[in-house]
Ligand binder design. Structure first.
Ligand SMILES: O=C1O[C@H](COP(=O)(O)O)[C@@H](O)[C@H](O)[C@H]1O
Length: 318
């Protein structure tokens, strides 16, 4: 890269060191008199941007509005496709921030539509910018079924995400699918306690519950998060780290789930919600006159930062 105060030239190879969108934005923000960005593949220039065109692209392609709702940052995107790009950028940024500071980055996934929304993270430029070797992956909830069952949240994440990135297999913490719901919840809690003891997982100084770095969560149309359903007594569990349910209103009935004290002790939470079918629960939670009955999604409140990712349909009633 050659860069003078008012002019700037940037070369990069597409596969290994493609500049990230934030880097490009930063460079453009310096307002150099001239700026060429040339992405090269095996020495062959592929794309050339000038800053004026890039600014136009940025404006039209980042159709995103960010606001503060009082319950966290709200990002609304034009389409689900753009939600996926925004989520990839957000996740890569947090991963890079934490992996600069620590030797482990603890990430919790939900099942459901969240995994589809993570698809851009396994594409360039994001996949190449992440220190996958430091990732430790957990599930906020899991269905008590074999790992190769179509209902398994592990299988969903493996097929759509984990099989595409080089996270060491020993740092992917699936439930023990040979156990009962109760046994699997106890076993998972024990596993978390070991990870606290060996320093992979931290504990919140405020609550004494484990403090994960990032939770990437989805929400059901009824406002449930993890396997914590509206009106179910499990939403009030305040001692256990991991618990179980045998009467889930959404099949399959047997599941294990993190409890609210664990969810709310995490540093960052991204709540990813797309589609018109989820707009009523979002209205009840973030709308002008929120419902008197607080849905589980409305109880989510991490220690450091909450960010909501919506497409226009999910945000249509707020
Ligand atoms: O059953 C579950 O549902 C929720 C929401 O799923 P979605 O497909 O409506 O996004 C999910 O977050 C949870 O992990 C899963 O077990």
């Amino acid at each position: 890269m050659a860069c003078s105060s008012r002019s700037l030239l940037l070369f990069s190879s597409v596969r290994r060191s493609q500049p990230s969108i934030p880097l490009i934005s930063q460079l453009v923000a310096q307002k150099p008199r001239s700026c060429s960005l040339v992405l090269r593949s095996r020495g062959v220039p592929l794309i050339c941007w000038n800053p004026k065109k890039f600014r136009a692209r940025t404006r039209s392609s980042m159709a995103e509005v960010t606001a503060d709702s009082g319950k966290g940052k709200v990002k609304v995107f034009d389409s689900e496709e753009e939600v996926a790009v925004g989520l990839a950028k957000y996740t890569a940024d947090i991963s890079n921030k934490i992996t600069k500071e620590k030797s482990s980055f603890t990430v919790v996934l939900s099942g459901g539509s969240l995994i589809h929304s993570l698809r851009k993270l396994v594409e360039a430029p994001y996949i190449d910018s992440i220190e996958w070797g430091k990732w430790h992956v957990f599930w906020v909830d899991e269905r008590v079924v074999p790992k190769d069952h179509v209902d398994s949240n592990y299988k969903l994440a493996y097929d759509g995400f984990l099989s595409k990135v080089p996270i060491p297999p020993g740092q992917v913490y699936a439930i023990n699918d040979a156990l009962s719901a109760e046994g699997a919840a106890d076993d998972y809690e024990t596993c978390l306690k070991h990870l606290v003891t060996n320093g992979v997982l931290q504990v919140s100084a405020k609550t004494g519950f484990p403090k994960f770095d990032l939770m990437l969560l989805g929400m059901g149309p009824d406002g449930h998060v993890a396997s914590l359903f509206p009106g179910h007594p499990l939403v009030k569990e305040n001692k256990k780290w991991v618990t179980f349910i045998k009467d889930s209103p959404k099949p399959p009935p047997e599941r294990i789930t993190f409890t609210f004290p664990v969810i709310n002790s995490s540093a960052y939470i991204a709540m990813v919600v797309v589609g018109a079918g989820k707009a009523p629960a979002i209205e009840a939670t973030l709308g002008k006159s929120p419902n008197s009955e607080v849905l589980p999604v409305g109880m989510v409140s991490p220690e450091d930062e909450m960010t909501w990712f919506f497409d226009k349909q999910a945000a249509s009633k707020i």
